[in-house]
Design a protein around this ligand. Sequence first.
Ligand code: AMP
Length: 422
Amino acid sequence: MSRPVSAPRGTRDLLPKDGPAWSRVEEIARDLSSRYGFDRIETPLFERIELFSRGLGESSDAVEKEMFRVSGAAGGVEEQSEWALRPEPTVGIVRAYLEHGMHVLPGPQRLWMIGPMFRYDRPQAGRFRQFVQWDVEVIGDPGPMVDAEIIELGHRFYAEAGVTDVIAYVNSIGDATCRPGYRAALIEYFGAHEARLTDDSRRRLRVNPLRVLDGKDLDPELAAGAPRSADHLCDACRAHFAAVQALLDDLGVRYEVDNRIVRGLDYYTRTTFEFFVAGRRGQQQALGGGGRYDGLVELLGGSSTPGIGFGIGIDRTVLAAAEQGVTLTAGTPLIAVVGADTDALAFRLKVAAILREEGLRVRVDGSSRKLGRQLESAAKLGARFAVLVDPLLADGIVILRDLEASEQREIRLDEVPGAITM
Ligand code: AMP
Protein backbone atom coordinates (compact mmCIF):
# COMPACT_ATOMS: atom_id res chain seq x y z
CA MET A 1 0.00 0.00 0.00
CA SER A 2 1.36 3.45 -0.81
CA ARG A 3 1.66 6.15 1.83
CA PRO A 4 -1.39 8.45 2.00
CA VAL A 5 -0.90 12.08 0.99
CA SER A 6 -1.46 14.58 3.79
CA ALA A 7 -2.87 18.11 3.69
CA PRO A 8 -0.38 20.98 3.20
CA ARG A 9 1.11 22.47 6.38
CA GLY A 10 -0.91 25.26 7.91
CA THR A 11 -4.21 24.14 6.39
CA ARG A 12 -7.12 22.41 8.07
CA ASP A 13 -9.94 20.16 6.97
CA LEU A 14 -13.33 21.13 8.28
CA LEU A 15 -14.67 17.80 9.51
CA PRO A 16 -18.30 16.87 10.14
CA LYS A 17 -17.77 17.15 13.91
CA ASP A 18 -16.74 20.81 13.44
CA GLY A 19 -19.54 21.55 10.98
CA PRO A 20 -22.31 22.71 13.32
CA ALA A 21 -20.13 25.29 15.13
CA TRP A 22 -18.74 26.65 11.84
CA SER A 23 -22.16 26.78 10.24
CA ARG A 24 -23.59 28.61 13.23
CA VAL A 25 -20.80 31.21 13.32
CA GLU A 26 -21.08 31.82 9.56
CA GLU A 27 -24.85 32.04 9.89
CA ILE A 28 -24.47 34.73 12.60
CA ALA A 29 -22.06 36.69 10.36
CA ARG A 30 -24.42 36.52 7.37
CA ASP A 31 -27.41 37.42 9.46
CA LEU A 32 -25.68 40.39 11.11
CA SER A 33 -24.40 41.61 7.72
CA SER A 34 -27.98 41.74 6.56
CA ARG A 35 -29.35 43.26 9.78
CA TYR A 36 -26.74 46.04 9.64
CA GLY A 37 -27.58 46.86 6.03
CA PHE A 38 -24.54 45.43 4.23
CA ASP A 39 -24.64 44.04 0.68
CA ARG A 40 -22.74 40.95 -0.38
CA ILE A 41 -19.63 41.14 -2.52
CA GLU A 42 -17.28 38.36 -3.66
CA THR A 43 -13.86 38.90 -5.15
CA PRO A 44 -11.42 36.32 -6.58
CA LEU A 45 -9.17 34.34 -4.26
CA PHE A 46 -6.19 35.45 -6.33
CA GLU A 47 -5.28 38.87 -7.69
CA ARG A 48 -2.42 40.56 -9.49
CA ILE A 49 0.59 40.83 -7.18
CA GLU A 50 0.82 44.51 -7.99
CA LEU A 51 -2.56 45.16 -6.35
CA PHE A 52 -1.22 44.00 -3.00
CA SER A 53 2.17 45.68 -3.28
CA ARG A 54 0.43 48.95 -4.09
CA GLY A 55 -2.43 48.64 -1.65
CA LEU A 56 -0.73 47.05 1.35
CA GLY A 57 2.67 48.70 0.98
CA GLU A 58 5.90 47.01 -0.12
CA SER A 59 7.15 47.08 3.46
CA SER A 60 4.19 45.32 5.05
CA ASP A 61 4.76 41.79 6.33
CA ALA A 62 1.87 40.65 4.14
CA VAL A 63 3.78 41.65 1.01
CA GLU A 64 7.37 41.31 2.10
CA LYS A 65 7.26 38.00 3.94
CA GLU A 66 3.87 36.30 3.73
CA MET A 67 2.71 36.63 0.12
CA PHE A 68 1.39 33.33 -1.19
CA ARG A 69 2.33 33.34 -4.87
CA VAL A 70 0.72 31.11 -7.46
CA SER A 71 1.81 30.58 -11.03
CA GLY A 72 -0.17 29.56 -14.08
CA ALA A 73 -0.16 26.11 -15.62
CA ALA A 74 3.20 25.12 -17.08
CA GLY A 75 3.23 25.96 -20.76
CA GLY A 76 -0.16 27.67 -20.57
CA VAL A 77 -0.68 30.74 -22.68
CA GLU A 78 -1.30 33.60 -20.29
CA GLU A 79 -0.78 37.32 -20.41
CA GLN A 80 0.74 36.97 -17.00
CA SER A 81 2.06 33.97 -15.12
CA GLU A 82 2.12 34.90 -11.46
CA TRP A 83 -0.53 36.02 -9.03
CA ALA A 84 -0.96 36.22 -5.27
CA LEU A 85 -3.57 34.49 -3.18
CA ARG A 86 -5.33 37.24 -1.27
CA PRO A 87 -3.84 37.82 2.19
CA GLU A 88 -6.69 40.10 3.21
CA PRO A 89 -9.97 41.23 1.68
CA THR A 90 -9.94 45.03 1.65
CA VAL A 91 -7.76 45.82 -1.35
CA GLY A 92 -9.60 43.31 -3.56
CA ILE A 93 -12.91 44.85 -2.54
CA VAL A 94 -11.66 48.38 -3.22
CA ARG A 95 -10.33 47.20 -6.61
CA ALA A 96 -13.79 45.81 -7.46
CA TYR A 97 -15.42 49.01 -6.18
CA LEU A 98 -13.35 51.06 -8.63
CA GLU A 99 -13.44 48.58 -11.51
CA HIS A 100 -17.25 48.43 -11.48
CA GLY A 101 -17.80 52.14 -11.01
CA MET A 102 -19.43 51.64 -7.62
CA HIS A 103 -18.23 55.09 -6.61
CA VAL A 104 -21.00 56.63 -8.76
CA LEU A 105 -23.71 54.60 -7.01
CA PRO A 106 -25.61 56.23 -4.17
CA GLY A 107 -23.26 55.79 -1.23
CA PRO A 108 -21.80 54.98 1.11
CA GLN A 109 -21.28 51.41 -0.08
CA ARG A 110 -21.68 48.88 2.73
CA LEU A 111 -20.18 45.54 1.67
CA TRP A 112 -19.60 42.17 3.32
CA MET A 113 -17.86 38.94 2.44
CA ILE A 114 -16.83 35.64 4.06
CA GLY A 115 -14.04 33.58 2.60
CA PRO A 116 -10.54 32.17 2.86
CA MET A 117 -7.42 34.32 3.12
CA PHE A 118 -3.87 33.05 2.61
CA ARG A 119 -0.63 34.01 4.33
CA TYR A 120 2.59 32.13 3.86
CA ASP A 121 3.60 32.44 7.48
CA ARG A 122 5.05 29.91 9.93
CA PRO A 123 2.04 27.84 11.09
CA GLN A 124 1.33 27.79 14.83
CA ALA A 125 -1.64 27.25 17.12
CA GLY A 126 -4.26 29.73 15.90
CA ARG A 127 -2.14 30.77 12.90
CA PHE A 128 -2.90 29.02 9.65
CA ARG A 129 -1.79 29.51 6.07
CA GLN A 130 -5.39 29.38 4.97
CA PHE A 131 -8.03 30.81 7.28
CA VAL A 132 -11.47 32.31 6.96
CA GLN A 133 -12.44 35.91 7.60
CA TRP A 134 -15.76 37.64 7.83
CA ASP A 135 -15.21 41.07 6.45
CA VAL A 136 -17.28 44.25 6.36
CA GLU A 137 -16.31 47.46 4.56
CA VAL A 138 -17.99 50.86 4.42
CA ILE A 139 -16.64 52.92 1.54
CA GLY A 140 -17.52 56.59 1.25
CA ASP A 141 -18.32 57.38 4.89
CA PRO A 142 -15.91 59.63 6.77
CA GLY A 143 -17.30 58.73 10.21
CA PRO A 144 -17.01 59.08 13.14
CA MET A 145 -20.45 57.49 13.61
CA VAL A 146 -19.73 54.52 11.33
CA ASP A 147 -16.46 53.82 13.20
CA ALA A 148 -18.45 53.24 16.38
CA GLU A 149 -21.17 51.38 14.49
CA ILE A 150 -18.84 48.70 13.16
CA ILE A 151 -16.99 48.28 16.46
CA GLU A 152 -20.40 47.71 18.05
CA LEU A 153 -21.18 45.24 15.23
CA GLY A 154 -18.01 43.27 16.04
CA HIS A 155 -19.01 43.09 19.68
CA ARG A 156 -22.49 41.91 18.79
CA PHE A 157 -21.04 39.15 16.61
CA TYR A 158 -18.92 37.71 19.45
CA ALA A 159 -21.85 38.01 21.86
CA GLU A 160 -24.13 36.08 19.50
CA ALA A 161 -21.44 33.44 18.98
CA GLY A 162 -21.32 33.04 22.77
CA VAL A 163 -17.74 34.36 23.17
CA THR A 164 -17.75 36.45 26.35
CA ASP A 165 -15.39 38.98 27.86
CA VAL A 166 -14.38 40.52 24.52
CA ILE A 167 -12.70 43.94 24.51
CA ALA A 168 -12.04 46.21 21.55
CA TYR A 169 -8.63 47.89 21.87
CA VAL A 170 -8.84 51.11 19.90
CA ASN A 171 -6.36 53.72 18.78
CA SER A 172 -6.01 56.51 16.25
CA ILE A 173 -2.87 56.59 14.15
CA GLY A 174 -3.61 59.97 12.57
CA ASP A 175 -3.56 60.91 8.91
CA ALA A 176 -1.27 62.42 6.28
CA THR A 177 -1.18 65.69 8.23
CA CYS A 178 -0.07 64.41 11.62
CA ARG A 179 1.45 60.98 10.94
CA PRO A 180 4.80 62.35 9.71
CA GLY A 181 5.32 64.13 13.08
CA TYR A 182 4.46 60.94 14.94
CA ARG A 183 6.78 58.86 12.77
CA ALA A 184 9.59 61.30 13.47
CA ALA A 185 8.93 61.03 17.24
CA LEU A 186 9.06 57.23 17.03
CA ILE A 187 12.28 57.27 15.01
CA GLU A 188 13.87 59.55 17.55
CA TYR A 189 12.72 57.48 20.53
CA PHE A 190 13.47 54.01 19.22
CA GLY A 191 16.62 55.26 17.50
CA ALA A 192 17.93 56.31 20.91
CA HIS A 193 17.21 52.80 22.23
CA GLU A 194 18.28 50.84 19.17
CA ALA A 195 20.43 48.47 21.19
CA ARG A 196 17.31 47.18 22.94
CA LEU A 197 15.51 46.37 19.68
CA THR A 198 15.47 43.01 17.93
CA ASP A 199 16.77 42.79 14.34
CA ASP A 200 13.20 42.66 13.12
CA SER A 201 12.28 45.83 15.04
CA ARG A 202 15.34 47.63 13.67
CA ARG A 203 14.22 46.77 10.16
CA ARG A 204 10.71 47.97 10.95
CA LEU A 205 12.11 51.21 12.33
CA ARG A 206 13.63 51.95 8.94
CA VAL A 207 10.68 51.00 6.73
CA ASN A 208 7.64 51.71 8.91
CA PRO A 209 8.40 52.93 12.45
CA LEU A 210 4.78 52.51 13.63
CA ARG A 211 5.18 48.79 13.20
CA VAL A 212 7.90 48.64 15.84
CA LEU A 213 5.03 49.01 18.31
CA ASP A 214 3.33 45.77 17.30
CA GLY A 215 6.57 43.81 16.97
CA LYS A 216 6.50 40.41 18.66
CA ASP A 217 9.47 40.84 20.93
CA LEU A 218 9.32 44.50 21.85
CA ASP A 219 10.60 45.10 25.38
CA PRO A 220 7.42 46.01 27.38
CA GLU A 221 9.24 48.77 29.27
CA LEU A 222 10.37 50.31 26.00
CA ALA A 223 6.86 50.01 24.62
CA ALA A 224 5.37 51.69 27.69
CA GLY A 225 7.67 54.71 27.33
CA ALA A 226 7.13 55.11 23.56
CA PRO A 227 5.47 58.23 22.15
CA ARG A 228 1.70 57.77 21.88
CA SER A 229 0.00 58.52 18.60
CA ALA A 230 -2.94 60.03 20.51
CA ASP A 231 -0.56 62.78 21.71
CA HIS A 232 0.50 63.64 18.15
CA LEU A 233 -2.87 63.94 16.42
CA CYS A 234 -3.78 67.06 14.46
CA ASP A 235 -6.94 68.85 15.55
CA ALA A 236 -9.18 67.12 13.00
CA CYS A 237 -7.91 63.63 13.91
CA ARG A 238 -8.13 64.39 17.63
CA ALA A 239 -11.76 65.53 17.27
CA HIS A 240 -12.57 62.42 15.21
CA PHE A 241 -11.04 60.08 17.78
CA ALA A 242 -12.79 61.84 20.68
CA ALA A 243 -16.12 61.54 18.85
CA VAL A 244 -15.60 57.79 18.23
CA GLN A 245 -14.90 57.26 21.94
CA ALA A 246 -17.90 59.32 23.00
CA LEU A 247 -20.15 57.24 20.74
CA LEU A 248 -18.70 53.98 22.08
CA ASP A 249 -19.29 55.26 25.63
CA ASP A 250 -22.89 56.10 24.79
CA LEU A 251 -23.42 52.68 23.22
CA GLY A 252 -21.95 50.98 26.29
CA VAL A 253 -19.44 49.11 24.13
CA ARG A 254 -16.49 47.64 26.02
CA TYR A 255 -13.23 49.18 24.77
CA GLU A 256 -9.87 50.51 25.89
CA VAL A 257 -7.56 52.95 24.18
CA ASP A 258 -4.29 51.20 23.38
CA ASN A 259 -1.36 52.91 21.78
CA ARG A 260 0.04 49.66 20.39
CA ILE A 261 -2.86 49.00 18.02
CA VAL A 262 -1.20 50.28 14.84
CA ARG A 263 -2.27 47.39 12.53
CA GLY A 264 0.12 45.73 10.15
CA LEU A 265 -0.71 47.44 6.89
CA ASP A 266 0.31 50.78 5.49
CA TYR A 267 -3.17 51.80 4.35
CA TYR A 268 -4.68 52.49 7.77
CA THR A 269 -5.49 56.04 8.93
CA ARG A 270 -7.14 57.39 12.07
CA THR A 271 -9.25 54.73 13.85
CA THR A 272 -7.64 51.30 14.32
CA PHE A 273 -8.97 48.52 16.55
CA GLU A 274 -8.55 44.87 17.45
CA PHE A 275 -10.76 42.48 19.38
CA PHE A 276 -9.38 40.15 22.07
CA VAL A 277 -10.78 38.14 24.93
CA ALA A 278 -9.76 40.23 27.95
CA GLY A 279 -6.40 39.15 29.35
CA ARG A 280 -5.48 37.07 26.28
CA ARG A 281 -3.33 39.33 24.19
CA GLY A 282 -0.88 36.88 22.65
CA GLN A 283 0.26 37.16 19.06
CA GLN A 284 -2.14 34.52 17.77
CA GLN A 285 -5.07 35.54 19.88
CA ALA A 286 -6.55 38.53 18.09
CA LEU A 287 -10.10 37.58 17.23
CA GLY A 288 -10.50 40.33 14.68
CA GLY A 289 -9.30 43.75 13.72
CA GLY A 290 -9.81 46.64 11.41
CA GLY A 291 -9.65 50.32 10.90
CA ARG A 292 -10.10 53.33 8.72
CA TYR A 293 -8.33 53.64 5.36
CA ASP A 294 -9.10 57.11 4.06
CA GLY A 295 -6.24 57.08 1.54
CA LEU A 296 -6.64 53.61 0.02
CA VAL A 297 -9.17 54.32 -2.74
CA GLU A 298 -6.95 57.11 -4.06
CA LEU A 299 -3.85 54.92 -3.76
CA LEU A 300 -5.54 52.34 -6.00
CA GLY A 301 -6.42 54.91 -8.65
CA GLY A 302 -9.74 56.39 -7.53
CA SER A 303 -10.60 59.79 -6.17
CA SER A 304 -10.12 60.59 -2.51
CA THR A 305 -12.75 58.50 -0.66
CA PRO A 306 -12.85 57.54 3.01
CA GLY A 307 -13.36 53.94 4.09
CA ILE A 308 -13.41 51.71 7.13
CA GLY A 309 -13.81 47.99 7.76
CA PHE A 310 -12.92 44.96 9.82
CA GLY A 311 -11.84 41.37 9.29
CA ILE A 312 -12.93 38.89 11.92
CA GLY A 313 -11.24 35.50 12.12
CA ILE A 314 -13.82 32.73 11.90
CA ASP A 315 -11.30 30.01 12.86
CA ARG A 316 -10.31 31.86 16.02
CA THR A 317 -13.92 32.70 16.92
CA VAL A 318 -14.85 29.02 16.71
CA LEU A 319 -11.77 28.12 18.80
CA ALA A 320 -12.57 30.81 21.40
CA ALA A 321 -16.17 29.64 21.72
CA ALA A 322 -14.97 26.04 22.21
CA GLU A 323 -12.39 27.14 24.79
CA GLN A 324 -15.11 28.93 26.71
CA GLY A 325 -17.20 25.75 26.69
CA VAL A 326 -19.85 27.09 24.33
CA THR A 327 -21.61 24.50 22.19
CA LEU A 328 -22.70 26.02 18.92
CA THR A 329 -25.28 24.12 16.94
CA ALA A 330 -26.89 24.87 13.64
CA GLY A 331 -30.09 23.63 12.07
CA THR A 332 -32.94 21.60 13.52
CA PRO A 333 -32.61 18.27 15.37
CA LEU A 334 -31.79 15.27 13.20
CA ILE A 335 -34.57 12.77 12.59
CA ALA A 336 -34.04 9.18 11.48
CA VAL A 337 -36.68 7.41 9.43
CA VAL A 338 -36.52 3.68 10.15
CA GLY A 339 -38.72 0.69 9.44
CA ALA A 340 -38.74 -3.07 9.85
CA ASP A 341 -40.39 -3.91 6.57
CA THR A 342 -37.77 -4.14 3.83
CA ASP A 343 -40.47 -4.40 1.19
CA ALA A 344 -41.53 -0.88 2.09
CA LEU A 345 -38.37 1.09 1.26
CA ALA A 346 -40.33 3.39 -1.06
CA PHE A 347 -42.62 4.11 1.86
CA ARG A 348 -39.63 5.11 4.06
CA LEU A 349 -38.33 7.41 1.33
CA LYS A 350 -41.76 8.96 0.86
CA VAL A 351 -42.10 9.69 4.58
CA ALA A 352 -38.58 11.19 4.60
CA ALA A 353 -39.45 13.38 1.60
CA ILE A 354 -42.62 14.66 3.32
CA LEU A 355 -40.69 15.56 6.48
CA ARG A 356 -37.91 17.22 4.44
CA GLU A 357 -40.50 19.25 2.62
CA GLU A 358 -41.52 20.56 6.03
CA GLY A 359 -37.92 21.76 6.48
CA LEU A 360 -36.81 18.99 8.83
CA ARG A 361 -33.36 17.40 8.74
CA VAL A 362 -33.79 13.73 7.93
CA ARG A 363 -31.61 10.64 7.39
CA VAL A 364 -33.36 7.56 6.15
CA ASP A 365 -32.18 4.06 6.98
CA GLY A 366 -32.41 1.83 3.92
CA SER A 367 -31.12 -1.33 5.58
CA SER A 368 -32.85 -4.58 6.38
CA ARG A 369 -31.45 -4.69 9.91
CA LYS A 370 -33.73 -5.32 12.85
CA LEU A 371 -35.58 -2.27 14.10
CA GLY A 372 -33.57 -2.23 17.35
CA ARG A 373 -30.27 -2.04 15.42
CA GLN A 374 -31.60 0.73 13.20
CA LEU A 375 -32.61 2.74 16.27
CA GLU A 376 -29.22 2.16 17.88
CA SER A 377 -27.33 3.46 14.87
CA ALA A 378 -29.74 6.41 14.56
CA ALA A 379 -28.83 7.43 18.11
CA LYS A 380 -25.11 6.98 17.37
CA LEU A 381 -25.44 9.27 14.35
CA GLY A 382 -26.81 11.94 16.63
CA ALA A 383 -30.51 11.65 15.74
CA ARG A 384 -32.75 13.12 18.40
CA PHE A 385 -35.95 11.46 17.14
CA ALA A 386 -36.85 8.45 15.04
CA VAL A 387 -39.90 8.11 12.89
CA LEU A 388 -40.87 4.44 12.56
CA VAL A 389 -42.85 3.62 9.49
CA ASP A 390 -44.85 0.45 9.17
CA PRO A 391 -47.29 -0.24 6.35
CA LEU A 392 -49.46 -2.09 8.85
CA LEU A 393 -50.21 1.10 10.76
CA ALA A 394 -53.30 3.00 9.75
CA ASP A 395 -52.98 5.38 6.81
CA GLY A 396 -50.97 8.49 7.66
CA ILE A 397 -49.93 7.18 11.10
CA VAL A 398 -46.29 6.68 12.17
CA ILE A 399 -44.52 6.08 15.46
CA LEU A 400 -42.50 9.00 16.77
CA ARG A 401 -39.75 7.91 19.13
CA ASP A 402 -37.82 10.31 21.34
CA LEU A 403 -34.38 8.69 21.35
CA GLU A 404 -33.19 10.58 24.43
CA ALA A 405 -36.21 9.83 26.61
CA SER A 406 -36.78 6.37 25.02
CA GLU A 407 -40.49 7.13 24.75
CA GLN A 408 -42.71 6.63 21.76
CA ARG A 409 -46.23 7.20 20.58
CA GLU A 410 -48.39 6.85 17.50
CA ILE A 411 -48.88 10.14 15.75
CA ARG A 412 -50.17 11.43 12.44
CA LEU A 413 -47.31 12.11 10.03
CA ASP A 414 -48.45 15.69 9.49
CA GLU A 415 -48.20 16.32 13.23
CA VAL A 416 -44.53 15.27 13.43
CA PRO A 417 -43.02 18.71 12.61
CA GLY A 418 -45.08 20.38 15.34
CA ALA A 419 -44.30 17.61 17.84
CA ILE A 420 -40.53 17.75 17.49
CA THR A 421 -40.10 21.51 17.55
CA MET A 422 -41.92 21.76 20.88
P1 AMP B 1 -5.49 40.90 10.51
O1 AMP B 1 -5.99 41.74 9.40
O2 AMP B 1 -4.17 40.27 10.28
O3 AMP B 1 -5.56 41.59 11.84
O4 AMP B 1 -6.53 39.70 10.56
C1 AMP B 1 -7.82 39.86 11.06
C2 AMP B 1 -8.20 38.64 11.86
O5 AMP B 1 -8.08 37.46 11.04
C3 AMP B 1 -7.29 38.37 13.04
O6 AMP B 1 -7.68 39.10 14.16
C4 AMP B 1 -7.45 36.88 13.22
O7 AMP B 1 -8.62 36.59 13.96
C5 AMP B 1 -7.61 36.38 11.83
N1 AMP B 1 -6.32 35.90 11.29
C6 AMP B 1 -5.32 36.65 10.76
N2 AMP B 1 -4.29 35.88 10.37
C7 AMP B 1 -4.64 34.61 10.68
C8 AMP B 1 -4.00 33.34 10.50
N3 AMP B 1 -2.78 33.23 9.93
N4 AMP B 1 -4.65 32.22 10.94
C9 AMP B 1 -5.88 32.33 11.52
N5 AMP B 1 -6.52 33.49 11.69
C10 AMP B 1 -5.93 34.62 11.27
